[in-house]
Design a protein around this ligand. Structure first.
Ligand SMILES: [Zn+2]
Ligand SMILES: [Zn+2]
Length: 286
């Protein structure tokens, strides 16, 4: 049995340690397939995305480690790419001459507050609440609709393999009393976007970043059976920013997924994505 993780960060973006530290921890935790997915550069400066000028070093260091550890772990080269409406996506010129094992498509920013200043749904709550009031007059339903509208645009736009932290907006909206994730309008909205993921043949990650602290995954457990019913290919990723978190929340999440009826998790096997069987102790050897 072994684990895998394709969503990870390191010092080339906002991860807290070197690429090699993450590799060493992954090996120690019995991770056999590990992918780097630093936050791709954006057309404007942030504190958490890779600088365009650092990309060559990111690539060089990756290939050095891939060779160095080839007998103990399979390393994969990726990026987590932001979709920002009318601003950033995988079709930007930056990606044109580059080759990746895979790309993750994620949303961290919604709409523009001012020039090069976008409202983030992944920052602290105060910032979230402020943007919600400025952009949507405090109307949660408007903001949620907009989030899933942008998610749909990202998926329609394509060009990447994995949908990252699908319902991340729920991180903060769940704190508002007038939001109920079981409301029909919300479930329908989520259902429509899941349907689109299925149609486009993308992989949906089950992101365990908030599992230990908050007991939740993205997408939330509430949608597991719908995802199963739609037969969407899934994988489990930790989205780790610290080496100690490479397999955080995996055991419980694998167990939940197994109990929901999922049989396989998507893995790169001999260069291709395919389903590999699993239980709560990890993935089965092939
Ligand atoms: Zn992310
Ligand atoms: Zn991430």
């Amino acid at each position: 049995m072994y684990w895998s993780n394709y969503h990870s960060h390191c010092i080339f973006c906002d991860g807290r340690s070197s690429m090699e530290d993450f590799v060493k921890f992954a090996i120690a935790k019995n991770v056999r397939k590990y992918g780097f997915s630093s936050h791709a550069p954006l057309p404007f400066l942030t504190k958490w995305t890779m600088l365009e000028d650092d990309f060559a070093d990111y690539q060089t260091e990756f290939f050095r480690l891939k060779r160095k550890y080839e007998n103990v772990i399979e390393l994969y080269f990726g990026l987590e790419v932001d979709y920002i409406d009318n601003c950033s996506n995988v079709h930007n010129t930056f990606f044109e001459d580059k080759i990746f094992d895979y790309l993750i498509g994620s949303i961290h920013y919604l709409d523009k507050l001012s020039e090069n200043n976008y409202w983030t749904i992944d920052g602290d709550f105060k910032e979230f609440d402020k943007g919600l009031n400025i952009l949507y007059g405090g109307d949660i339903r408007l903001a949620v609709n907009r989030f899933y509208e942008i998610s749909s645009l990202m998926i329609q736009n394509g060009g990447f393999d994995i949908v990252g932290h699908f319902d991340k907006i729920s991180l903060h909206i769940s704190h508002y009393k007038n939001f109920n994730p079981n409301d029909k309008w919300y479930e329908n909205l989520v259902g429509e976007v899941l349907q689109l993921i299925k149609e486009k043949g993308m992989i949906l990650e089950i992101n365990t970043k908030s599992m230990t602290e908050k007991g939740i995954t993205y997408p939330h457990r509430q949608f597991y059976s719908l995802i199963k019913q739609l037969d969407i290919p899934i994988m489990v990723n930790s989205d780790c920013h610290y080496p100690t978190n490479v397999i955080d929340g995996f055991e419980a999440t694998y167990k939940d997924l197994k109990a929901t009826g999922f049989k396989t998790l998507q893995q790169i096997v001999k260069g291709k994505w395919q389903g590999v069987e699993f239980n709560e102790k990890g993935l089965f050897e092939q």
